[in-house]
Each structure stands twice: as structure tokens, then as C-alpha cells.
Design a protein around this ligand. Sequence first.
Ligand code: SF4
Length: 394
Amino acid sequence: MTETAAATRSAEAAVPLLEARALTKHFPVHHARRGRRRLAGARGRGRPAGVPAVHAVEDVSLTLPPGGITAVVGESGSGKSTLALMLARLIVPTSGQLLLDGTEVPATTRGRREYARDVQLVLQDPFSSLNPVHGVRYHLERPLRLHGLGGPGASLDGAMTGLLERVALTPAEQFLSKYPHELSGGQRQRVAIARALAVRPRVLLADEPVSMLDVSIRLGVLNLLGDLRERDGLTILYITHDIASARYLADVITVMYAGQVVESGPAEQVTDQAAHPYTRLLLSAAPDPDRGAPPALAGSGAPPSLVAPPSGCRFHPRCPHAMAVCADTTPPPAEVAGGHFSACWLHATGLAPAQSRPLRGSGTAAGQPPDAGPAPPARPAGPPSPATEGGEET
Ligand code: SF4
């Protein structure tokens, strides 16, 4: 390879395939009697002054490198699905930028079909994402025809059977004639993935693709996603609440809490040496057959209201290490190791005594590692928590 070609290739690798910059989404809260007018003004980027809003996603930046698997992890209400819908351009961000191949994607409906060809979304629920009155053939034929792919007659049939074979639904000819009610949950999810692959996307956004499946078939679908990356170079965003499955599948993990990114980095680093108290809470809650004692949860309480999110660090009402500064000021992301970031004041140095005063009687001083607290990290072991080795749907 010439030096110029090598330089070009390295420059291409440095440009993320898909990138979100400071994406924010606020959903206006409207009341039935007076909501119609207010909602009309809130559909686009702005919203009328004085209308309360759900701060679903706040200032989230994310990069998807070509051929990589990135996991976004968080509990319900953390904003991860809203983030996926913005990345799929199914909802319009309140602010922020979306870039494909380093070029900003305009926030208009123009070009939506071209974008959908590159970026496809697989939804969580395979029982409602397929239309029950149509068979598998219809679900695969429609995107092929809409995008002018597949060709006529036998060639179209070949394209559809090829898609089913890619997701390991064989013999493909038999599956083509089936209806959704004749398929298991795992088979339906594979059909949904095949439908997404029909337009030959470069990015697959998988929003909790295994959470509604029986535990015995989750590993099969996760392995399918891994195969698609290995075999076809697909770039995948894997959204989940299960940090163990994220470690199993992904190269990079981004942890979200209450609409914000709190930690991100290489998957093993984030799970072996979690730096943020919320990540440690998630790890404590992850099933681990090697753990003898029941998990000691480092934190308490429920996720906050996103209509009036907590000031400063949004985790501070639940955090056992909360300090005075945490309730006042949002912590900036700090690099705790190579490529491993955590947004927590515990990593700050030089806080004034008044700032590092424990908020609730006990806590960890700034500059101390968060593992000085009551909950040791619980690394999820190997495969995802369902313990489904060898599991596959019938
Ligand atoms: Fe948030 Fe403070 Fe707890 Fe860090 S120590 S997670 S900044 S409340």
C-alpha cells in the first residue's frame, strides 16, 4: 500500500460513520384542553415559552466508528430509545447535530429515503413491529421495491431468500410464506432484522432487540448481530438495559442516566473498572452466578422526573457519595483512563471544602475513587445475564 493510500485509509477510519453532537430532545407537556395550540408550536425544534417539557435527552454526543458495535446502557427513562429515534431521524432533535460520514444531515424531510437506506432501526417488540395481516414475503418485498432493489420476479425472490438466510432462517422458502403468528419471538425478531437489512444499510440501530424475547433465545439473536458485524462489516448501535449483554457484544459502552451520558469507554474497562457511581449501581444489579452474596446496591431511590430534573448531577438524589457541589453544578466528563470518561465530581481535584462537603452526612471526598463506597463493582461474567449458552429458538 502506498503512503498516500495508507494515509487516506487512516483518515477514513478516523471519521465516524454516524455521529451525534450535543443532541437534545425536549418533549413539551401539554394539557388536553389547551394543548392543541401549544403542541402545534412544539412539533419542530422550538416550543412556546412557559410550556413545561420532558427533558428526555440532554446534550448527548456519540460516535459510531465503521464496523464497530457501540452499546448504550441505562434503565427505563434514561433517554436511550429517544436517542435511537433521533439517530433514525424518526423524531426531530430540539438541538444538536447529526453527521453521516462527517457531513451534517439536514433536519428536513428531504433526503429521508437516502438516509434510511444507510441507517436502519430494529425495534424492541417483534410482536408489534410486524403487521399481523401480512406474511414474511410482504415485509421483505416492500422495502426492496420502495428502494428499487431486488429486481423483478425470480431475482426478487432470490433477494428475499438471501435475506432470510443471512439471519439464519432456513429453509428460507418455507419462511417466506409464513405469517407472524406462525413464528416464535426470536424468529420474528430475525425477520425484523432481515427487513432492516433489505435496503443494505451501513448502520443498524438495535433498540433493546432481545429484551422481549424468552431468555432461551436471546443469545442466538445477540450472536446474529455479532455475525453481521464480522461478516458484513455492519456498524451497530446496541441499546439495552442489561450491562452484561453490552459487555458481551459491544466494543464500547456508553452509560446514560436521566437523559445524559454519565460514563463511556471500552466495554471491558467500563465494566471491570466502573468509574461512575451509577454504572456501579447497574453492575451491582446485574445477575452474576459467581457472586456469592446478594448484591449491595450503591444507591437508592427511583429515577427522577424529567419534567423537573434534579439540578447539578442528575444522579445526586440517589448517589451515596453526593457532595454539595453535585447538587449545584453539572459535572463535566473527565478522562479517567485512555478513552474512558466519567462525568462525576469525584474525579475532580481542587474542590473547595464547602464544595466537597457530603450532601447527606456521609460520602466520598473528591479525588477519591468511588469504590471507597459501600458497593464493590460486580463485573458481569462472560455471556449475557440470561445465561443462555447454546440457546436458540425453534
Ligand atoms: Fe453525581 Fe456527585 Fe454522585 Fe458523582 S459523586 S455521581 S457527581 S452525585
